[in-house]
Ligand binder design. Sequence first.
Ligand code: E4P
Length: 217
Amino acid sequence: MQFFIDTAEIAVLRELVPTGMVDGVTTNPTLIAKSGRKMSEVIAEICALVPGSVSAEVVGADAEVMIKEGEYLAAIAPNVTVKVPLTWEGLKATRALSDKGLTTNVTLCFSAAQALLAAKAGATYVSPFVGRLDDHGADGIDLLSDIRAIYDQFGYDTKILAASVRNAAHVRAAAIAGADCATIPPATFKDLIKHPLTDKGLEAFMSDWAKTGQSIL
Ligand code: E4P
């Protein structure tokens, strides 16, 4: 399973990239706004830091504008993935951008029918929003399972990118449901390693080792 980090903060990525676990990055207009920086500069810096897919989202309302924005964003670096909203205009733009050989991520997916449309439009990735669906009283993980079954049944190669992930339990469940990737907020990424028994076990090993008076090197 690929791990993407859901952030537009360069300092955070500098901290996480050395783990060797950062396969890509996703941004959205909210995250860019939070960074307080110019989008093209932030995306260029992220792309230089992370060799994998870096999603940069278009903001135009119609396909023609989205295509132009997508081409502009894709020209920033070869690893830019153009993120497009799941609207009819967005799907038209996805088809056009995919036909031009660009990588696309269809975002704001909340139903299996929408995910089917994204695949038919030639999307490289589809982003089902797990946490926001849960907030809405639905089951975001069930949606991932449904999309997995549909894509496998028809042989679509669009990758399922679990988004709006809120906790380690979401990451676990997304992996079991067959998501190809998850985009994870930095704090949740750090939480993935936590287990009290690991801490307790290590403490005991270190204490017993100290009693031996040995050193390995
Ligand atoms: C990523 O592609 C999405 O924009 C992001 O995961 C949304 O997460 P949120 O629901 O926590 O804002």
